[in-house]
Design a protein around this ligand. Structure first.
Ligand code: ADP
Ligand code: C5P
Length: 242
């Protein structure tokens, strides 16, 4: 039958979840859209389960001394600012069911710290503005979520967060936003929305959407064969959210 079926345009390959592998959930969206908050809420609700999180921000490339002295002119909203190859390498290991060590990043000094994040689990949430940037990354996820929140809300949240947590001034945050963050969002992040399976409007306030995701992840955890060889260390964030 050579007739045209429009359904074929939307046909998606559903990858079977090979049981001993980790189930990877990519979470993308603009800065301060609530990616971390959505992931923390999922982890909080799955306390005691083998669910862990990776922040793409841990993979920011450390600045050189010269770049640090002129950090206001550095573009952190370009995919080139992040070691996405190292992130993909860690995800490939996690997918095989391994325990991985990830770098840590300090937003105040724009550098890696001595700390590392040990990550493992049956379900891993990976959140960040460039998590859907490359096909290599996108192909690694079993589910892709885009957190979609209006830009004025994101800018307001970012001003509050970056002045209280990331050592910035209000003027600095606003200048950086219009010079780098907004163009970066429009050029790289927003066009990746089309690759997502699910779009969460209103971020962590969207309880209905979060509950739907939780149901899906719980079903995945039930299907998962226990991996005796992997010691699960702790449920990240569950402690400070009690
Ligand atoms: P992202 O990880 O996308 O950058 P975060 O989850 O870190 O976003 O949220 C950015 C800021 O906005 C944080 O200070 C957080 O507390 C706040 N925030 C996130 N979601 C909400 C919400 N639904 N209501 C109010 N504030 C929120
Ligand atoms: O957590 P969030 O998704 O907001 O993190 C990404 C943002 O962090 C980027 O928009 C980038 O401008 C900002 N950033 C920064 N300083 C750094 C590294 C990243 O302001 N040293």
């Amino acid at each position: 039958n050579s007739s045209f079926h429009y359904e074929n345009l939307f046909k998606q390959e559903t990858k079977p979840f090979l049981k001993p592998e980790a189930f990877l959930v990519g979470v993308c969206g603009g800065s301060a859209s609530g990616k971390t908050s959505v992931c923390r809420e999922i982890i909080r609700q799955l306390k005691g389960k083998k669910v862990d999180i990776i922040a793409q921000d841990w993979f920011y490339k450390p600045l050189t001394k010269e770049q640090r002295q002129d950090s206001a002119n550095y573009n952190f909203d370009s995919p080139l600012a992040i070691d996405l190859d190292l992130l993909a390498e860690k995800l490939r290991e996690l997918k095989k069911g391994k325990v991985v060590q990830c770098p840590d990043y300090d937003f105040v000094s724009h550098s890696r710290t001595k700390k590392t994040h040990q990550v493992s689990g049956d379900v891993i949430l990976i959140e960040g503005i460039f998590t859907f940037e490359t096909k290599e990354l996108r192909d690694l996820y079993d589910m892709k979520i885009f957190v979609d929140v209006d830009s004025d809300i994101r800018l307001s949240r970012r001003i509050l967060r970056d002045t209280s947590e990331r050592g910035r001034t209000i003027n600095g945050v606003i200048e950086q936003y219009f010079r780098f963050v907004k163009p970066g969002f429009e050029n790289f992040v927003a066009p990746k929305r089309k690759f997502s399976d699910v779009i969460i409007l209103r971020g962590s306030s969207n309880i209905v959407a979060i509950n739907l995701l939780l149901d899906r992840i719980k079903a995945e955890l039930q299907n998962h064969k226990p991996q005796k060889q992997i010691p699960f260390i702790y449920n990240r964030y569950s402690k400070d959210l009690e």
